[in-house]
Design a protein around this ligand. Structure first.
Ligand SMILES: [Fe+2]
Ligand SMILES: [Fe+2]
Length: 209
């Protein structure tokens, strides 16, 4: 990962945690106060997004175990690996764009405005909010997905064993990165951004989204 990556840079700026784990997420964009909101109390628009997250997490779990199996298997594919890889890439192709578009078109513009108004943003020439990070990650994961798929195709066509394995190792790392970014991304939306949305966006405003 490039050190100049704006997301990484922004995340690192606000946290002292060396190792980011979805199980132990850092205060990524350190909002001052986030009261937890139970699923039942979330607006239906947010509940729908959270439901879609659950499905995605399952796909990510399967993909991750397939990645591990593939590596242990010395980069030889089998039916289970193929199935779980296919599931991930078809999810990235068919489900994720629509989900992201819903967030970006329906929820994020007003939320971004509210976060700026309430001071929930980074200090800098151009103040950034959690919404900026989420949007950047949507693009980043789509790019990683395309890269990973391309490396898989490239490696499969390589005759030379060493080159093929090296190419597959790249694909593997990109796959792992997809899993890690997405898990943290979903965690931040569910646990930080959506509760903030509930706090900052009124019922009436939700109805007009
Ligand atoms: Fe998102
Ligand atoms: Fe999402």
């Amino acid at each position: 990962m490039n050190i100049d990556d704006p997301i990484k840079r922004f995340v690192e700026k606000d946290t002292d945690v060396e190792e980011m784990s979805p199980m132990d997420p850092p205060e990524a964009f350190a909002p001052s106060t986030v009261e937890p909101v139970a699923y039942e109390d979330m607006h239906p628009i947010l509940q729908k997004l959270m439901d879609e997250h659950k499905v995605f997490v399952k796909v990510l779990d399967n993909f991750e175990s397939a990645l591990t199996e593939w590596k242990q298997n010395k980069w030889i594919f089998n039916d289970n690996i193929n199935k779980n890889f296919k599931e991930l890439f078809s999810f990235l192709d068919n489900n994720t764009p629509e989900h992201n578009k819903k967030e970006e078109k329906q929820l994020f513009p007003l939320l971004h405005k509210k976060l700026l108004e309430t001071g929930e943003h980074s200090t800098g020439d151009i103040p950034k909010t959690g919404v900026d990070i989420m949007e950047a990650e949507h693009i980043q994961v789509a790019q990683l997905g395309a890269l990973c798929l391309n490396f898989l195709g490239l490696g499969s066509r390589m005759q030379d064993k060493t080159s093929r394995e090296l190419t597959f190792e790249y694909a593997y790392s990109q796959g792992k990165e997809i899993v890690e970014i997405m898990r943290l991304h979903i965690y931040r939306e569910d646990e930080t951004l959506f509760p903030l949305a509930m706090k900052l966006i009124s019922k009436d405003e939700f109805e007009n989204l």
